[in-house]
Design a protein around this ligand. Structure first.
Ligand SMILES: [Fe+2]
Length: 387
């Protein structure tokens, strides 16, 4: 996040002697993006960070994409994605391109190993469930509605209070608040739909100095490597900087409304390279006396549009149920199904909750997603006279 945060003990000056009670040095690690030009934090470890007792290749990450076939709107029922496993192993990748991959995870147990993604940011939207993401930067308690944003290089372990359901966004680029909502210093502006106060940085730095065998699964270079450390990976006694994982609740997104229908960018929550993340939250509808609350038909030229339907009544969509994901690809207009526009007139508010990801290059559908596909979705616009 583009604001400074610190936890734990720090020396008064960076790159100076910082000693343990027994006189030994703590081990300083500078962790920065874009070769010391991007966001950076400095961490102080009890143990030498490169110290790995054993390394083992767990093999390549094989993402198999299907042939998209003829251009059409598509939908997938993730209610049927099987539950079970820990959050990382339960993840099912459904859609993806070079800029971003989208999937769901329905774990029923906590992780008993640590995980580090060295090639992508991960954003976990918590649809159901609660728990804690433990990292070297501190603890991130989370609950329903939370986006958990985890930068590359973060070594984390998620513990759950019970079963959970996530919509997971993974991107080789940084996830951050939209540029247009920030001033030249990075601070969020008054017209932004949320403020720094809504961003929850890590809290409660838990310092582990125990020795033993600790497994870290590292995702990088398109493979998973198992590292067995001879010490606990969360051995940081203090850190400061701008690079760290954080949480933002979709319920803290303040909707921007107007007299007539507001365009999708008002829902934008985060940006990545060649994609955006938007939040549709409960809000008052347009208040022009002749306004039409349902969205107009639109051609999202140069953009594939994905929506994960979390809660509420999805006014403009027929054939869509809770937990569904719709894919409206570029090159084909979409909009409310027959009758939905008329039905929206006079409505004062919506209770919908959904996450949208718009990608600027086409998304592919994984072969794993095909078994959850709702092939009848494209025909949902065919009812009535067509006028
Ligand atoms: Fe749309």
């Amino acid at each position: 996040m583009p604001f400074y945060h610190k936890l734990g003990k720090l020396p008064h000056k960076r790159h100076t002697q910082f000693r343990k009670p027994n006189g030994d040095l703590y081990r300083e690690e500078v962790m920065g993006l874009e070769g010391f030009s991007g966001l950076e934090s400095i961490l102080y470890h009890h143990f030498l960070p490169p110290r790995v007792a054993r390394v083992e290749d767990l093999g390549p990450i094989n993402t198999e994409y299907s042939d998209f076939g003829p251009l059409r709107h598509r939908a997938f029922a993730t209610a049927d994605v099987p539950a079970g496993g820990d959050p990382v192993s339960a993840r099912r990748l459904l859609l993806g391109n070079n800029d971003v991959t989208l999937g769901v995870s329905r774990p029923d147990r906590s992780m008993d190993y640590f995980y580090r993604n060295g090639q992508a940011y991960e954003t976990w939207f918590t649809h159901e469930g609660s728990g804690v993401v433990k990292t070297q930067f501190g603890q991130l308690p989370f609950k329903e509605g939370d986006y958990i944003v985890i930068p590359y290089g973060t070594t984390w372990q998620m513990t759950l209070d019970g079963e959970a359901r996530f919509f997971v966004i993974e991107s080789p680029s940084q996830i951050e608040p939209p540029t247009r909502y920030r001033n030249k210093y990075g601070q969020l502006l008054e017209h932004a739909p949320y403020s720094e106060r809504d961003i929850r940085p890590p809290e409660e730095l838990e310092i582990h100095t125990e020795r033993g065998e600790f497994e870290v699964r590292v995702k990088v270079r398109g493979r998973i490597t198992r590292h067995i450390l001879d010490h606990h990976p969360h051995d940081v006694v203090g850190w400061d900087g701008y690079l760290y994982p954080w949480v933002f609740s979709i319920h803290d997104f303040e909707p921007i409304t107007g007299r007539v229908h507001q365009p999708p960018p008002v829902h934008q929550t985060f940006q990545g390279h060649n994609f955006v993340v938007c939040s549709f939250v409960p809000r008052l509808f347009d208040y022009h006396p002749e306004g039409i609350p349902a969205p107009y038909n639109h051609s999202n030229v140069n953009s594939d549009e994905v929506i994960y339907y979390a809660e509420g009544n999805f006014m403009s969509r027929k054939g869509i149920d809770q937990y569904d994901i719709s894919l409206h690809p570029s090159g084909l207009p979409h909009g409310p199904q027959p009758g939905a526009t008329e039905a929206s007139i006079g409505k004062a508010k919506t209770d919908e909750l959904a996450v949208m990801v718009d990608t600027f290059y086409p998304l592919q559908v994984t072969t794993a997603a095909l078994e959850f596909e709702k092939p009848e979705y494209m025909a949902s616009w065919l009812e009535g006279s067509g006028e």
